[in-house]
Design a protein around this ligand. Structure first.
Ligand SMILES: NC(=O)C1=CN([C@@H]2O[C@H](COP(=O)(O)OP(=O)(O)OC[C@H]3O[C@@H](n4cnc5c(N)ncnc54)[C@H](O)[C@@H]3O)[C@@H](O)[C@H]2O)C=CC1
Ligand SMILES: CC(C)CC(=O)C(=O)O
Length: 364
């Protein structure tokens, strides 16, 4: 990868490589854009095939956070961390403490939280070294693991998408194919089951599948069978790039609404599903419940206020569908426009001179 060319292409601000031999920490912090405020985004721990794959994931996810935070109306920029390693076997306390110290060194430019492969306990360890961490245990006055609230946001956003596609936001009787039934999707399935939806699930983890079968009467299917199910809604809740050339022709669902980040392999796949008339709830809008929730910690966490803000996802998705129809553009483009316009407006406001910024008038 030509690093600076890549950074320039989407105007990334900073990449930080963190290494600690003692604990085995190998982390990449990517900061995309801090126009709106400090970069907030989770830490993913994953067994990447190569360091380049890890870097690319960090960069893509960081940019996604800029758009997510902007579209959610948060005064936060976008960043993300990936830790290279197996979250089941490679973790130790010192690793997260070392990582916390690297975050502290950024002096507030980056604030972290959970993502795939990291937990509330990991955030508590980071918190021993820095205050620039959210999703910490409730005992520290924090909001805890964001997954259940992310799931609630997906449920709310899925209803808005259903209204667009089927004329009603009731999910009763709807067949919903859920890919990956981990932390977020388990709670999502609970909401859907309670509303009377019929669930089809898959996961590479057999125990997770069995739990959904036992608790919600879900039908289990194979990993590659999930796309072609006779479903009304497809909910990608595992990893990214699952909307691609191979999967689009298999889809029968009229709606795509799920928690995974970076669902479209390429923008062209967003164009394709738009042409096919599939209602796509843009990933970073529908899955913003978690970040809206942890961001509330920065004001002193108030669960009621956070949930109310998460419920705003319904309206944001409606707004995106309206822009998409008005301008004849795919929903992912409409979401990008919403986010970019907000960043541009704030950037303009912030261009006004302030004496407390370093300038010719400030003291040396
Ligand atoms: N946890 C949160 O609050 C948020 C999560 N997200 C995104 O939502 C997605 C899910 O997150 P979590 O539930 O926290 O992660 P998780 O790790 O608990 O769940 C992901 C599940 O997907 C399964 N999986 C992995 N590859 C698969 C495949 N090829 N086919 C089927 N299943 C597969 C895993 O076994 C696991 O059960 C991720 O993309 C994450 O970035 C986005 C916003 C917030
Ligand atoms: C899990 C969140 C708190 C933040 C994040 O990284 C995300 O929304 O993807």
């Amino acid at each position: 990868m030509e690093l600076f060319k890549y950074m320039e292409s989407a105007d990334y601000e900073q990449i930080v490589l963190c290494q600690d031999k003692n604990s085995g920490l190998k982390a990449i912090i990517a900061i995309h854009d801090t126009t709106l405020g400090p970069a907030l985004g989770g830490t993913r721990m994953w067994t990447y095939a190569s360091e380049e794959d890890a870097l690319e994931d960090a960069l893509r996810l960081a940019k996604g956070m800029t758009y997510k935070n902007a579209a959610a109306g948060l005064n936060l920029g976008g960043g993300k961390t990936v830790i290279i390693g197996n979250p089941k076997t490679d973790k130790n306390d010192e690793m997260f403490r070392a990582f916390g110290r690297f975050i502290e060194g950024l002096n507030g430019r980056y604030i972290t939280a959970e993502d795939v492969g990291t937990t509330e306990e990991d955030m508590d360890l980071i918190h021993l070294e820095t205050n620039y961490v959210t999703g910490v245990s409730a005992e520290f006055g924090s909001s805890g693991n964001p997954s259940p609230i992310t799931a609630y946001g997906i449920y709310v956003g899925m209803k808005a998408a259903a209204k667009e596609a089927f004329g009603t936001d009731s999910l009763e009787g709807k067949v919903i194919a859920v890919q990956g039934v981990g932390n977020v999707a388990y709670t999502l399935c609970k909401h859907l089951h309670e509303e009377g939806a019929k669930l089809i699930v898959t996961d590479i983890n057999k125990e997770s599948v069995q739990r959904a079968v036992d608790d919600f009467g879900a039908k289990a299917v194979g990993i590659d069978e999930i796309y072609s199910q006779e479903a009304d809604i497809f909910a990608p809740c595992a990893l990214g790039a699952v909307i691609n050339d191979e999967t689009i022709p298999q889809l029968k669902a009229k709606v795509i609404a799920g928690s995974a980040n970076n669902q479209l392999k390429d923008p062209a796949h967003g164009d394709k599903i738009h042409e096919l008339g599939i209602v796509y709830a843009p990933d970073y809008v529908i899955n913003s419940g978690g970040v809206i929730n942890v961001a509330d910690e920065l004001d002193g966490y108030n669960r009621e206020r956070a949930i109310k803000r998460v419920e705003g996802i319904y309206g944001t998705i409606e707004k995106i569908f309206a822009i998409s129809k008005r301008d004849g553009i795919p929903t992912y483009v409409a979401a990008d426009r919403l986010a970019e316009e907000r960043i541009a407006r704030v950037a303009k406001t912030r261009s006004t001179f302030l004496q407390n910024e370093k300038s010719v008038l400030s003291k040396r």
